[in-house]
Structure formats: structure tokens, C-alpha cells
Design a binder for this molecule. Structure first.
Ligand code: SAH
Ligand code: SF4
Ligand code: F3S
Length: 442
């Protein structure tokens, strides 16, 4: 007998864009009658959404396949789909590299998921790969959202033309594309109607968003934010990830003017050395970056700034690294991500002279992270005794506890005796640790 519902298991690696993409694939699957499951063993379709950014991330797809392909013995009808940036990186060669995969879809082709499932379902044993950059936009083919979490992502811009010399994204996501103004507003309204209270606008270079307005003219992110802020029932807006040179004065001012725009900005600098920034093909200097931070703090004194760092890029010496440490002391980031440089095949950086040995990268990362953590802890401790608005996103790990985020993006744990998921609660902070705050609802 046929099961009443078929089940899909989705595993997501990589950035928030992949989280959004996985959600959209879940929406496609829901339209085909598939329910989501957390148990891959009971799934009829397994989707692995992959990331190619660093070698370790990219290699994971192969270990994941090693785990799931044996399930085909018990369930010969199981279909395994691999999506995302690793597929794009290998394109037509992907199926030869990845055994056990039935369907492989690049990031610009996942709107074809339903069609490909039908093809493979109708003729078991065939394997398909779609890794083109189609001229049509997948966004025009995606269904409406089925449901939305309190905090939901919305992709407004995709791809990148910047070609930082370490980065695979321009190759895996393709050229920069901004979705039209009206499409974004329509999707945001749909998301709020389906439960979203906070929308995080996504793009690999999100602050360069320049979608067409109703007059066919290029708009800008500040204008989009003001328009979205008018949606009733939407309480919070954030955007990620921004490129320093695209921080316009208008966008900076929005942090002072628009109360729904949260006082948090992820603005990756990558290195505190102008020489290394140049080698990375990042088109700003440390001084220009510092100036942007100054302007942001002038309009919104309490804004939390976060960043990404790469240590051990080709040519980075002790002086360069010390300049990064100096920058840390100057800016005092509220939170950060930091990585050892991972040379990626096909990028300019991978072929550069002066590659830094792994052990030195490791030492530098340890020193950098110690300082970043010190600043993060002190930012969090500074919140002790304060009352912060927390958007409750879900239940905590212990019974009677709920978890959400502060305006500054800190994770906050709140005990409460009734279900408060989806609500904004004023919380008095009583404990501050490196990775979370604890408080009491007031
Ligand atoms: N578009 C964003 C970054 C996207 S990738 C920006 O321009 O800031 C996310 C982060 O991964 C980057 O900020 C960088 O710190 C890191 N990263 C990218 N490629 C890397 C590589 N080859 N090795 C190590 N870290 C890398
Ligand atoms: Fe990669 Fe640079 Fe583009 Fe960011 S701006 S996605 S780091 S190429
Ligand atoms: Fe990874 Fe692709 Fe995002 S490489 S970081 S999933 S854009």
C-alpha cells in the first residue's frame, strides 16, 4: 500500500543562502505531497544541499553520501538529490565523482527539482545533472511559501562579480543578480502572512542590491528596507552579507532612522592589512573600513558590528597579522567568524606565491579567536542588567526554556511558563556568557 504521505529529508550545509534554498526546495516538495522528516532512514527523497567555500565543507558531501546511499538497500525507491555549490563547481563531472546520486542540481537550477524527480521516478536508474546558469530566473518558478518560521530568510540578490582572489562564490553562484523591488515586497508579504516576524534579506553582496523599481530604474537597499518596514506584522529586518565599499551613506543612515532595522551589521573585513586586502582583491583599505564603522556608530551608537576573517592568506606575514590584531582592538567586534585560508582550485589565490604553512595558520587563528572571544564576551557582559527585546524563535534545550535573539543578534535564553514562540518579549539580562545571554521576562 502507498504511504499516505511521502517523506523528504533535507540536510543543509553552508551559508544562509543555502538555508533559504533548502526551504524553497521543501516548498516545492510540499507541493508534490512530501512531508519533511528528521529521520533520513524513513525518507523517500534525501536532499543534500552542499557548500564549496572551503575544502572541509566541500568534502562533506562525499561522507554524507557514504552514510545515505546504503539506505537504498532497504528502500530501492529512495532518490538521492545533491544540490548547491559543490554541484556547480564540478558541473557535468559531478555524477562521475559522486556515486549514489540520482539528481544533481546547481544553485540556479533547483526550481527544476519537481520535473527531475518525475523523470527519475519514471525511469529508475537514470541519473541527471543540471548545472547551467539558465537565462530564466529560478525565482519566477518557485511556489509560494508553505509556512515561515518567526525568523525567515529572503534572498534578494544572488551571485557575485567581485572575484575576491580566495573565493569560489562567483563561480558557484554566477554573476550578480538583483531581484526586482516588487517581487521582493510581494514575497515578504507572503512570508509575513505565513508566520515570519523577522526577515533577514540575503545576498552574497546584499548591500549592492539594485533591483528594478516600478519605473524600471535601479533601486537601492535603503529604499527597499523602508518599503518592507511598512508591512504590518513584520517587526524586524536585517540584511547579510554586506561588502564594505557598498555601504552607502543612505544605507548607513537607515540604521538611525528605521526602528525595524536591527542594530546589527555583519560587515566582513577579512584582514587588517592593506597589503593582504589588496592581494585578496578586496577593494577597500583598513582606514576606509574604519571610517564606515565610525559613521555607523555616529547614527546608532549601540550598533553591534560583526565580521569574517581569513588568516594565513598567501603572502600574509607576522606584521600583516599583527595589523589584523590591532584592528580588532580598534573596532571591538560583537561577534565574528574566522577561518584558516583554504586554497580553492581555480581561484587566483590558490596559485599565488607565499602560501602560509598550515601550522602557522593554526597558530594565528588561535591568537585571533582568543581576542575575538574576549571582545565578544565583553560586548555580552555589557548587556547585564539591561532590558532587551527578544524575538522568541523556539523552545530551548531544557523544558520551560525558550530561545530567541536580541536586537544585537545575541542568543538569549528565557524561562517562561507558557508558549511564547513568535512573540517579542522584553527580557532583563541576568547572565552573560560567550555564546549566549540568559534573562527573565519582564
Ligand atoms: N560575500 C561575503 C562572503 C561569503 S563567503 C563577503 O564578501 O564578505 C563567507 C566567508 O567565508 C568569507 O567572508 C570569508 O571569510 C570565508 N571564506 C571564503 N573563501 C574562503 C577560503 N577560500 N578560505 C577560507 N575562508 C574563506
Ligand atoms: Fe566571495 Fe568576495 Fe564575492 Fe564575497 S564579495 S562572495 S568573498 S568574491
Ligand atoms: Fe557555501 Fe555556496 Fe554559500 S559555497 S557559503 S553555500 S554561496
Amino acid at each position: 500500500m502507498e504511504k499516505p504521505f511521502k517523506k523528504v529529508f533535507i540536510k543543509t550545509f553552508g551559508c544562509q543562502m543555502n538555508v533559504y534554498d533548502s526551504g524553497r526546495m521543501a516548498d516545492i516538495m510540499a507541493g508534490l505531497g512530501y512531508e519533511k522528516t528528521d529521520n533520513p532512514e524513513e525518507a523517500d527523497v534525501i536532499i543534500i544541499n552542499t557548500c564549496h567555500i572551503r575544502e572541509k565543507a566541500s568534502d562533506k558531501v562525499f561522507s554524507e553520501l557514504g552514510r545515505y546511499t546504503p539506505f537504498k538497500k532497504q528502500n530501492p525507491n529512495l532518490i538521492i538529490v545533491v544540490a548547491g555549490c559543490v554541484v556547480q563547481a564540478f558541473a557535468d563531472e559531478f555524477l562521475a565523482r559522486a556515486k549514489g546520486v540520482d539528481i544533481a542540481l546547481g544553485p540556479q537550477c533547483y526550481h527544476l527539482l519537481g520535473q527531475k524527480l518525475l523523470e527519475v521516478g519514471a525511469q529508475r536508474g537514470i541519473r541527471v545533472v543540471e548545472a547551467d546558469f539558465p537565462t530564466e530566473s529560478k525565482f519566477d518558478f518557485l511556489p509560494k511559501h508553505t509556512d515561515c518560521a518567526a525568523v525567515s530568510f529572503l534572498a534578494i540578490q544572488e551571485g557575485c562579480d567581485r572575484f575576491c582572489s580566495y573565493c569560489v562564490v562567483p563561480y558557484t553562484r554566477g554573476a550578480e543578480y538583483s531581484r526586482p523591488f516588487a517581487d521582493v515586497v510581494a514575497e515578504a508579504k507572503d512570508m509575513v502572512a505565513k508566520g515570519a516576524k523577522e526577515i533577514v534579506l540575503l545576498g552574497q553582496n546584499v548591500n549592492a542590491w539594485h533591483g528594478e523599481d516600478e519605473n524600471g530604474k535601479a533601486s537601492s537597499l535603503d529604499k527597499l528596507i523602508y518599503a518592507l518596514a511598512k508591512i504590518e506584522g513584520l517587526y524586524r529586518i536585517r540584511f547579510v552579507t554586506s561588502y564594505p565599499s557598498d555601504m552607502t551613506d543612505e544605507l548607513i543612515e537607515a540604521f538611525g532612522k528605521e526602528p525595524k532595522l536591527m542594530p546589527y551589521l555583519h560587515l566582513p573585513i577579512q584582514s587588517g592589512s592593506d597589503k593582504v586586502l589588496k592581494a585578496m582583491n578586496r577593494r577597500y583599505t583598513v582606514q576606509e573600513y574604519s571610517k564606515i564603522i565610525e559613521k555607523l556608530r555616529a547614527v546608532r551608537a549601540d550598533i553591534a558590528i560583526s565580521s569574517d576573517f581569513i588568516v594565513g592568506f598567501a603572502g600574509e606575514n607576522e606584521d600583516d597579522f599583527n595589523n589584523t590584531l590591532k584592528l580588532l582592538d580598534k573596532v571591538r567586534f560583537a561577534s565574528s567568524f574566522s577561518f584558516k585560508y583554504s586554497p580553492r582550485a581555480g581561484t587566483v589565490g590558490a596559485a599565488m606565491k607565499g602560501q602560509v604553512p598550515e601550522d602557522i595558520k593554526g597558530e594565528r587563528l588561535t591568537v585571533l579567536q582568543a581576542k575575538l572571544q574576549e571582545h565578544q564576551l565583553s560586548f555580552n557582559k555589557n548587556c547585564l542588567g539591561k532590558e532587551l527585546d527578544v524575538l522568541i524563535e523556539g523552545k530551548g534545550s531544557k523544558a520551560g526554556e525558550f530561545v530567541g535573539h536580541s536586537p544585537y543578534m545575541q542568543t538569549v535564553i528565557v524561562p517562561f511558563d507558557e508558549d511564547i514562540v513568535g512573540r517579542i518579549v522584553k527580557v532583563k539580562i541576568t547572565k552573560a556568557a560567550l555564546n549566549n545571554l540568559v534573562g527573565e521576562a519582564v
